[in-house]
Design a protein around this ligand. Structure first.
Ligand code: CA2
Length: 146
């Protein structure tokens, strides 16, 4: 079975515990359970990771080069700042889908630019945590084509 890694950046460990008006009430464990179950119906193995540290996220992207066929990534605030994450994703050969829980385009101007979008096959924003499941579905389509 193809494997996809869902990578999450800083502060996303707080999902479901703080600011539910922006990020909803589901926790990252809820997201993991929903995506693993959905992946099983689509013939995909799904692993989910989160780190508050840029270097650890770089290591997770490097590890995915040998362990995963696709990456779904919500880089959190690093979306808007990290050329290093873009560079690491450029060294990954499979499809990349960028997810944002909130509609970043409805928020502050500094959230409107994403370095990661230069690499992503698709970008999902504003669907809440359902966006992760939309990304898993799209990844199944992309990997079936590969
Ligand atoms: O909408 C998204 O998914 C973001 O990637 C979330 C980032 C933000 O910096 C991006 O501009 C958009 C922030 C993640 C913070 O996550 C929290 C979750 C719950 C409570 C507090 C923070």
């Amino acid at each position: 079975m193809p494997t996809i890694h869902i990578l999450n950046g800083p502060n996303l460990n707080l999902l479901g515990h703080r600011q539910p008006e922006i990020y909803g009430r589901e926790t990252l464990d809820d997201v993991r359970a929903a995506c693993v179950a959905l992946g099983a119906t689509l013939g995909l193995t799904v692993d989910l990771f989160q780190s508050n540290h840029e270097g650890v996220i770089l290591d997770q992207i490097h590890a995915a080069r040998h362990a995963a066929q696709g990456i779904v990534i919500n880089p959190g605030a690093y979306t808007h700042t990290s050329v290093a994450i873009l560079d690491a994703l450029n060294a990954f050969e499979g499809p990349v889908i960028e997810v944002h829980i909130s509609n970043v385009h409805k928020r502050e101007a500094f959230r409107h630019h994403s370095y990661v979008s230069l690499r992503a096959e698709g970008v999902i924003a504003g669907l809440g945590t359902e966006g992760y499941q939309a990304a898993v579905r799209r990844m199944a389509t992309l990997l079936a084509r590969a």
